[in-house]
Design a protein around this ligand. Structure first.
Ligand code: TRP
Length: 438
């Protein structure tokens, strides 16, 4: 069976950017900025993206592009039949759990969007959250179902520009609010005293999350890149879009929060409990609320699409070696179904009827969130860099770069220095930081 490929360079950039731009950019980035001192965090974040995000994204893209396979197939092609083939299993398992958690928050976005369009809808209990989860899964499954070109690429090409437009409209509107200046100063006035080891590690972790590093999304999408494309410039563009959206989202949220007298240091609830109140007080607030939650929904659902694609492509590859291979459509139904189930349990654990899903003082949602972001994600990322840095033939990277950069291969030396020595140590540090040891 011939694999589908993205049709154009623009399509690759939009589809990958649509996967990368997600709740991490619009929900997480602004509150992390708020908690970590504004401009200082922003500068460190941009340095992390260029120094670490760029080479790591290139690595994953090259793994996918050279092997032309899903995560599962890529390791098999590059590693042969060795124990490295365990990594794809761990990757898929973490992706499945991440979707579960991610879907719960996406469900809230869908709920807030419905509420801002129809303010009188009765949406009070936990069941509406589950209904909204289901809506999000249904839409994502439909997109993956339509295929790499007709679904993922085509929709990303439509929705990414819309998303950019919405975030620009919001940022401009907010800049004209009386009192917004203070917020913009907070965002852009650099205060070196705010810098700390903690800020650096938080920025690094956020960079990994926002660029979807270490989760197979880039390997999978890399396998759909037409052979003659230059990976470095593709990654450059994706990073630019991802960072732009994060910064614009912060410009839309933080000054609005300042203008209405709230504090930007509220953490995760900034978007869901502070902003709706801010919108209520703002002239034209209902339109702003609709635009904002539409923005969140688009960003979140396109990211779920990319995660579902990772699972679907791997499942198809695994089953291709069995007696009864699965069709892509059937694989999508299975992966969508399992993810929906996990997310329902996660959402349930946050409601009153989900007491049995709470242990150790924490809900299933918290446990899975912690398990994936503190342990599984870093472990996958760590094994990927060690695998590619130490065990994959260096010619794989050289051959990929040669047609575009000729013999300027000193960059490859720098690259290998980073990937063999610096990145493993850094990822280890991020993991210790997120566990709370340092
Ligand atoms: N990058 C997305 C965001 O910013 C989240 C995401 C999508 C992700 N795919 C991923 C995170 C893969 C880690 C791995 O919200």
């Amino acid at each position: 069976m011939v694999k589908e490929q993205f049709n154009s360079r623009f399509g690759v950039i939009m589809a990958t950017a649509a996967g990368a731009v997600g709740l991490g950019n619009i929900w997480k980035f602004p509150y992390m900025l708020g908690q970590n001192g504004g401009a200082a965090f922003l500068v460190v974040y941009i340095v992390c993206v260029l120094l670490f995000g760029l080479p790591l994204m290139i690595t994953e893209f090259v793994m996918g592009k050279r092997s032309g396979q899903s995560v599962r197939g890529a390791y098999q092609v590059l590693a042969g039949n060795t124990h490295w083939n365990g990594i794809p299993i761990l990757t898929c398992l973490s992706v499945m759990l991440i979707i579960g958690v991610y879907l719960v928050i996406t469900g809230w976005c869908v709920k807030y969007l419905l509420l801002s369009v129809f303010p009188s809808l009765p949406m009070l209990n936990g069941w509406t959250d589950i209904l909204c989860n289901t809506i999000a899964v249904f839409i994502s499954v439909m997109v993956v179902w339509m295929g790499v070109n007709k679904g993922i690429e085509r929709l990303s090409k439509i929705f990414m520009p819309i998303l950019l437009l919405i975030v620009i409209i919001l940022a401009v509107r907010v800049a004209f609010l009386p009192g917004a200046k203070e917020g913009l100063t907070f965002l852009f006035a650099f205060d070196a005293s705010k810098l700390s080891f903690d800020v650096v590690l938080s920025a690094l972790g956020q960079c990994f999350y926002s660029l979807s590093i270490g989760m197979g999304a880039l390997i999978t999408f890399g396998s759909y890149i037409p052979k003659k494309q230059n990976v470095v410039s593709l990654v450059g563009n994706v990073i630019a879009v991802d960072t732009l959206v994060a910064v614009l989202a912060a410009c839309a949220i933080i000054p609005a929060v300042f203008a209405y007298g709230s504090s930007p240091e509220q953490g995760p609830k900034l978007v869901f409990s502070v902003l709706p109140v801010v919108f209520q007080q703002m002239p034209g607030g209902q339109v702003m609320a609709v635009l904002f939650f539409a923005l969140l929904c688009i960003a979140a659902i396109t990211s779920i699409v990319s995660l579902l694609e990772v699972l679907t492509a791997s499942l198809v590859d695994i089953s291709a070696q069995k007696k009864h291979p699965l069709t892509r459509h059937r694989a999508i139904l299975y992966t969508g179904g399992v993810c929906l189930l996990i997310s329902i349990f996660c959402a349930l654990s946050l409601t009153d009827s989900g007491n049995w899903l709470v242990w150790g003082g924490k809900t299933l949602f918290d446990h899975i969130d912690r398990l994936t972001s503190c342990y599984m994600l870093p472990l996958v990322a760590l094994s990927t860099v060690i695998f590619f840095g130490w065990f994959v033939d260096k010619n794989v990277m050289k051959e990929e770069m040669q047609p575009h950069y000729g013999s300027r291969l000193w960059t490859i030396r720098v690259y290998y220095f980073l990937i063999r020595w610096c990145f493993p140590i850094l990822i280890f540090l991020i993991a210790l930081h997120s566990i709370g040891i340092i």
